[in-house]
Design a protein around this ligand. Sequence first.
Ligand code: PLP
Length: 436
Amino acid sequence: MGLQGEKTAAWFARAKANLVNGVSSQFRYWGDEDTLVIDRGEGAYVFDMDGNRYIDYQCGFGPVVLGHGHPVVAQAVAEAAAAGTTFAMTTRREVEAAEKFRAAVPWVDALRFTNTGTEATMHAIRLARGYTGRDVVLKFEGQYHGVHDYVMYSTAGSPPSAMGSRYRPIPLQSSSGIPDAISSYIRTLPFNDLELVERLFRDQGYSIAAIIVEPMLGNAFGIMPEDGFLALLRTVCDEYGTVLIFDEVKTGFRIALGGAQEYFGVTPDLGTFAKSMGNGFPVAAIAGRGEVIQAWAKGGIAQAGTYSGNGVAAAAASATIGVLSTGEPYARLEKAGTTLMEGLGRICADRGVAAHIVGVPAMFGVVFSEEAPKEFRDAAHHNEELYAEVVGGMIRRGVMPVDDALEPWFMCAALSDEDVATTLTAFDEALAEATA
Ligand SMILES: Cc1ncc(COP(=O)(O)O)c(C=O)c1O
């Protein structure tokens, strides 16, 4: 694509001289000529080092739900930073954040803060194993739960063609450096297949400590759960004494104030939250109910973190949840997202391109395929070259979704009607160019 202007290219050269590949997270590397260096964000926009402005649908891979540099969050964080951020004790701001969290997500009895989604899922899995005394964890193909060793299997980076028979899926290790033995503790299944879940549990249910599931596939187009799928997970967990973990790192505080539990009406035992609860600041939580979350209080299951619940993180969470609790941001996400989902679908139909817009207004995917995807294996039918070309054309027009369709488009509450209209025009022109 060659997205870098002169100054951005110079900054990228400096980045590459000091950071491996010029990035601090591998997903941010788009190649030597296309990896941008960002100067700043403002509301719905990001600006690169050449001053080019982009309407931002990446929103930092999801967290920036209110828009960049939101004044209420920025002020709360500034006050917290000036008051000292890290103490070897519980702080007032942490207590306030926990209260706000529980008011917003009422199924939760108690929680602990941490800093990243990876830490949250790691702790949730250890808690589930410590509570049940079992080792095996079930996850679904195409789901991402962070980078720790226990969940890097059959993620959206794995080729569906190598996942084996759906009746006996092969858990595909997504990275070198993970001991082979860990795969014996992981079972993977295609999403949305009730029969396969029932079959696995009939076979091995009493050895399964936890099901960890993104309630909708936030790392695979935004594929939605079919009716009854999440409810079935709840039922088998109840029957076999397995802990149900909703990984709400992407859905939490985004698809509804109460997250996927509120949206889909199914209640897990544990939930992991991060991204949208801090509008871009590193704050996460492991939340839960009943005996499972209180297993920490009994001792023997390690959980710790020097920076967990620090002042800045707690202030960011309090302020973000406070603004989200007014309901106004959700009305905006809904309006912008619905207009885009309908508009994108219409443009594809008008241009005779088979496409499905999948997900919910706050986060959705654009899939170029004849059939709507129901599970990650359906990614094999998506035309990724066309998608990359279309997104390349949009970026050149100042509109920035991620260039990989597996990563949904994220709405933020700062999007104006004009931004949405500009986006639809850019998509239409880019699609016309790509299919000419
Ligand atoms: C569903 C889900 N869980 C966990 C994570 C890991 O979060 P983090 O990148 O904060 O470690 C992600 C990151 O995208 C995610 O999408």
